[in-house]
Design a protein around this ligand. Structure first.
Ligand SMILES: [Zn+2]
Length: 267
């Protein structure tokens, strides 16, 4: 029974993942994600239902369009797979992780982080594909973070000062990022990153937002140096910073407090 349920959750994740792909693609083209059926982005041929089965169609077609034989972007299977992993995490880890809290938080908390995960995935994909951080995803994240934190405060799980600290910390980070843009004339990052760092700060809170931004700069620098070394990028070329901010936020959420304490013990 348990296995059937896990299989069902994985399939649900794949189906949502393939919708997330449509959202990402149409965010970049400017079309509505709810309009019309899917078509091949190379030859514009309408896709049949059996061309659209998450992961399976890609594997069976060998990663090529059935009609024009051109390569299908790896974005599709990667996003489908990642969404499936998020759903499995939600079901297998999320519920157990939050089991101590009272109802209805037992359901709301994992659901909140699942939605956050999907929105972050959209931002990573659009930023990697065309240096775009869509406003709807950032505002959605911000609104969710505020609602979630307000609810935690109302139920007495979180201190109101935590929210004040998170707000101040996020604002300072955003101002810092804006200053970097003005000083470097927008070479290192864009205004989308400023909005994103503010919202991520709200999401992870103080002091984890410090860990998040340091991790973002550190991993960003390491990857940039690596790309320069292997000749994939030339000096002065930019790489999208949003994915590193999100990676930093994930690191901060998982190990933020431990890293923070380790750092202060070091001093
Ligand atoms: Zn095609």
């Amino acid at each position: 029974m348990q296995l059937v349920l896990i299989f069902f959750i994985a399939c649900l994740g794949l189906v949502i993942g393939s919708f997330v792909n449509v959202v990402i693609y149409r965010t970049l083209t400017g079309d509505s994600p709810l309009k019309g059926r899917s078509y091949c982005d190379k030859c514009k041929h309408l896709l049949a239902w059996y061309d659209n089965i998450p992961l399976l169609s890609f594997a069976l077609l060998g990663g090529k369009c059935r009609y024009c034989q051109k390569k299908i972007s790896l974005q599709y299977p990667i996003v489908e797979f990642t969404t499936m992993v998020l759903f499995l995490w939600w079901y297998l880890v999320g519920f157990a992780f939050f089991r101590l809290t009272q109802e209805p938080l037992v359901y709301l908390q994992p659901l909140f982080w699942l939605t956050v995960g999907v929105l972050l995935l959209i931002i990573v994909a659009t930023d990697l594909l065309s240096y775009l951080i869509p406003d709807y995803a950032v505002f959605g994240l911000g609104l969710l973070a505020l609602l979630y934190r307000s609810y935690l405060i109302k139920t007495g799980i979180m201190n109101p000062t935590d929210l004040t600290r998170a707000l101040i910390g996020s604002l300072v980070l955003a101002i810092l990022f804006a200053a970097i843009i003005l000083l470097t004339k927008g070479k290192g990052m864009g205004w989308g990153d400023v909005k994103l760092v503010f919202v991520l700060g709200l999401l992870v809170g103080w002091p984890r937002l410090v860990v998040a931004s340091f991790s973002a700069f550190f991993t960003g620098a390491v990857v940039s140096l690596f790309l320069l070394a292997v000749g994939k990028k030339r000096f002065g070329q930019t790489i999208p910073f949003g994915p590193f901010l999100i990676l930093g936020a994930v690191i901060a959420l998982l190990w933020g407090n431990a890293i923070w304490e380790w750092y202060w013990n070091l001093l």
